[in-house]
Design a binder for this molecule. Structure first.
Ligand code: GMT
Length: 381
């Protein structure tokens, strides 16, 4: 198949899923064209069957605001015509599904009807739906773009239900969960991990870890407060990976609590597997999480997860097996669970094995074919 993929290229779950999907499809012989305003962060170097098309921004004195949606639609039309694309897979409804809809309609008017018409598949990742809570004026456009897509997928049952019930979307939505390359994301022991361990936990302290984009909904300050409680009982260190709007407040909180010597802010990092491999527990106290890809990455490396019970997290993190879940903001309980796991080796080893085992349910080799089947179904319509 010849597929166009549009996603947000920055660090973030939806872009990671889109990029890893494109790479896996390319390996299977499909021709993949990424269309975005920047190279997706996990797409490095030359990969056979993968092409990247940059949407060039255009400024003109009359246009006070960037016209990305229109430029993206035009780029989608151009790439479809030149490469004979059959389908555009838009990750995120706003504005990607809207631009893809526009591209499809523009192409309908062309003399040469491309492959029986370009099809549009939209994957909802959650934050596109959450956005409507923040900015309700997007609602009509979001609803229209989803309903006009030829096929729609959501990354969890929770998100599917929420989309249908909260926004009265009249469209079949298929659930295709996030996935993980379990061969790459596995616990490793090498010079790099030895060096990390020595640096982060010189006295063999336990290591808690959190990775996110530090947006308010990630509640990174809760991560720090949970850590602070655990650290009072057992010697522990906290590694925070990622960057974003809450980082400065988090650094301030660490200073206020006077735990600077035990907390490391590493910013954005590439060697995630090695970092997760030295961790003992992953903390995800989010306020909203449609799936929780970073928790899946940790679990695949055998790291049990303490998370909130929100959104799609209970579909991933099995309470009492792969980790624990608690109400949003119940920091006392989350700290108690962490202490329980870190002080009971037998239990910890069981949870670590179960975390890895659960991650295997979401292995790339099983989930990517679900997308391929979905594309075929849409193309045969
Ligand atoms: O979590 C983020 O802030 C990034 C966000 C995104 O839109 O890129 O991630 C969303 O999509 C991921 C991939 O499907 C999911 O695993 C995340 O749970 C989801 N984030 C939220 O729902 C907050």
């Amino acid at each position: 198949m010849k597929i166009g993929i549009t996603c947000y290229p920055t660090y973030g779950g939806s872009g990671v899923v889109a990029t890893e999907l494109g790479k896996a499809l390319a390996l299977k012989g499909h021709e993949i064209h990424f269309i975005s305003y920047a190279m997706p962060s996990r797409l490095h170097g030359f990969i056979e069957n993968i092409f990247y098309h940059e949407v060039e921004m255009f400024s003109y004195p009359l246009f006070d605001f960037p016209l990305y949606s229109l430029l993206l639609a035009s780029k989608m039309v151009e790439v479809t015509k030149i490469n004979n694309l059959e389908l555009i897979h838009a990750h995120y409804a706003i504005p990607h599904a809207t631009s893809a809809f526009m591209a499809r309609e523009i192409l309908k008017g062309e003399k040469k009807n491309f492959n029986n018409g370009l099809k549009v598949v939209t994957t909802l990742h959650g934050t596109d739906i959450t956005l409507i809570g923040l900015e309700p004026s997007f609602l009509p456009t979001m609803k229209f773009s989803i309903e006009q897509s030829d096929g729609v997928t959501a990354v969890s049952n929770f998100l599917r239900e929420k989309t249908i019930t909260n926004y009265q979307i009249k469209k079949e939505i298929e659930v295709i969960p996030n996935f993980i390359d379990i061969n790459r994301f596995r616990r490793v022991e090498n010079k790099q991990t030895q060096c990390y361990r020595k640096n982060f936990a010189p006295n063999d302290e336990k290591i808690l870890i959190h990775t996110s984009n530090f947006r308010p909904l990630k509640r990174v300050q809760d991560v720090i407060r949970i850590f602070n409680e655990v650290n009072k009982k057992i010697p522990t260190k906290l590694i925070l990976i990622g960057d974003g709007p809450e980082r400065s407040d988090c650094e301030r909180l660490v200073r206020e609590l006077d735990i600077g010597k035990d907390v490391k802010f590493l910013g954005k990092q590439d060697s995630l597997v090695e970092l997760l491999s030295v961790a003992d527990l992953f903390l995800m106290p989010s306020q909203s999480e449609s799936f929780g890809l970073s928790a899946l990455e940790a679990m695949s490396c055998g790291v049990p997860v303490i998370s909130s019970s929100i959104g799609g997290l209970p579909e991933l993190n099995v309470h009492g097996e792969t980790g624990y879940i608690a109400e949003i903001g119940d920091l006392e309980r989350m700290a108690k669970y962490a202490i329980e796991l870190l002080t009971n080796e037998k239990k910890y080893n069981y949870f670590s094995e179960q975390a890895r085992h659960r991650a295997e349910f979401f292995k790339e080799d099983d989930i990517v074919p679900l997308y391929e089947d979905f594309y075929r179904k849409i193309l045969d319509k």
